[in-house]
Design a protein around this ligand. Structure first.
Ligand code: NDP
Length: 463
């Protein structure tokens, strides 16, 4: 039997790679892990975590505004961008240290370098040229923001990567895209006082979400003063003599902004990885092809997370990594379960969602019941805010199962997480109905919507 330097070599130190490496090491496997940049990957270093810190930062003005209705007088408030960046960087460095420590505690050998496959069992550590061998290889190198190669002037634009490190807060920004990143950053920048324009090619932002959420969030963002321009694209970006950017839109307008941010999706990091040499196949998007167990076209090479064309979410990458360990090292073949993934968009107001949209449910089931409540959350009463909250449950009328839950409003992400449990367990609407409410909360609406607002039968709405 061939002997290798490692039982497992992991390429990529993000959420999926670190989890797999750490747990395999803890199982007593000999593990090597290569990471070219910083330990923690997109989520920790330039994604979910710093983004959420920015979201918190951007909410304070609304809190200050709301305080008066509750009797508070708040003095003149000012915001200092460099302070936020420095504090955020300190927190990210702390988390990065924890990731590294976890690997070290599991005796994982860390290579601070890019790594490349030479063949299906050999990896080259590019920094030193050293070659190592491994029985099993896990590719978990993630993705990067699409640079929008066809856009003239894209070299003057930033992505979310740079947004976390800008020297100065722009006075005006144009963001292209209508997905998670574009919408979240539009709200962040607006909340920090930046004149913000969101340019989206489709009819309504957040194309994969429930129509109700999309319309209500769009309206709320517009009400706050974010310029949301749908059915338009950026056609060209020019750099003016003063350094500001002139952004040409397909509708004919041109906007001057300090920064232009592209958030039009993320591309898997599969170039210069040696995939061809190792016999690992990619699909038409450049993502690594995997089977239901995350195994690539090579028996001993696996891939998890954003480098595969599945669901680009941190907890999904972690789950895929855990399933990989079961399959490859515990003799317990386990397929990742991608059904009913709860997700949040940290927009303002926030979105929390699990399961099918009303539109998808209507296509999937013969008869659907929609339970829908739109109301002003209690916290908005004394504050004077007119912002409304939406709660919506989608029920398959035959099985009675709750197949979709959609929330727009404060703490929607937290609620989606909890709703995912009964939904995963297959709870029916009647299970929701016999659950006692917690009063007074916004979430109590979820168990007190006793009558359907409308039904959809054979795709047609019946009020
Ligand atoms: P998304 O896939 O969410 O959105 C991409 C957006 O760009 C869509 O609105 C898409 O339009 C638009 N688009 C694509 N190509 C073009 C083009 N050529 N010109 C103009 N617009 C274009 O990607 P993001 O970059 O926002 O985020 C990447 C992934 O990261 C997400 O899919 C998500 O899984 C993850 N993420 C998750 C977060 C969370 O959990 N809160 C936060 C941030 C990211 P269309 O809809 O018409 O296709």
């Amino acid at each position: 039997m061939a002997t290798y330097d490692y039982d497992l070599f992991v390429i990529g130190g993000g959420s999926g790679g670190v989890r797999a490496g750490r747990l395999a090491g803890a199982m007593g496997k000999r593990v090597g892990l290569a990471e070219a940049y910083r330990m923690g990957g997109t989520c920790v270093i330039r994604g979910c975590v710093p983004k959420k810190l920015f979201v918190y930062a951007s909410q304070f003005q609304e809190h200050f505004d709301a305080a008066a209705g509750y009797g508070w007088t708040v003095g003149k408030s000012t915001f200092d961008w460099p302070t936020l960046i420095a504090n955020k960087d300190r927190e990210i460095a702390r988390l990065e240290g924890l990731y590294r420590k976890g690997l070290e505690n599991s005796d994982v050998e860390i290579f601070e370098s890019r790594a490349m496959l030479i063949d299906d069992h050999t990896i080259e550590i590019l920094k030193t040229g050293k070659r190592v061998t491994a029985d099993q290889i896990l590719i978990a190198v993630g993705g990067h923001p699409s640079p929008h190669p066809s856009l003239p002037g894209n070299e003057f634009c930033i992505s979310s990567n740079e947004a976390f490190h800008l020297d100065t807060l722009p006075k005006a920004i144009v963001i292209e895209g209508g997905g998670y990143i574009a919408v979240e950053f539009a709200n962040i920048f607006h909340g920090l006082g930046v004149d913000t324009t969101l340019v989206y090619r489709g009819k309504e932002i957040l194309s994969r979400f429930d129509q109700d959420l999309r319309h209500m969030l769009h309206a709320a963002m517009a009400e706050k003063g974010i310029h949301v321009r749908c059915t338009e694209i950026i056609t060209r970006v020019e750099r003016q003599d003063d350094g500001r950017k002139l952004v040409h839109l397909s509708g004919g307008d041109a906007i001057v902004a300090d920064q232009v941010m592209l958030a039009i999706g993320r591309v898997p990091n599969t170039t210069s990885l040696g995939l061809e040499a190792a016999g690992v196949a990619v699909d038409e998007t450049g993502a690594i092809k995997v089977d239901g167990y995350s195994r690539t076209s090579r028996e001993n090479i696996w891939a998890v997370g954003d480098v595969t064309n599945r669901v680009q979410l941190t907890p999904v990458a972690i789950h895929e990594a855990m399933c990989f360990l079961e399959t490859a090292f515990k003799n317990n073949p386990t397929k990742p379960d991608h059904a009913l993934i709860a997700t949040a968009v940290f927009s303002q107001p926030e979105i929390g969602t699990v399961g099918l949209t009303e539109q998808d449910a209507a296509r999937t089931f013969k008869a659907v019941e929609v339970y829908r409540a739109v109301f002003r959350p209690m916290r908005n009463t004394l504050s004077g805010s007119t912002e409304k909250m939406l709660m919506k449950l989608i029920v398959d009328a035959d099985s009675r199962k709750v197949v979709g839950a959609h929330i727009l409003g404060p703490d929607a992400g937290e609620m989606a997480q909890l709703l995912a449990i009964p939904m995963k367990a297959g709870c029916t609407k009647e299970d929701f109905d016999r659950t006692m409410a917690v009063h007074p909360t916004a979430a109590e609406e979820l168990v007190t919507m006793y009558k359907p607002t409308y039904r959809i039968v054979d795709g047609a709405r019946i009020d």
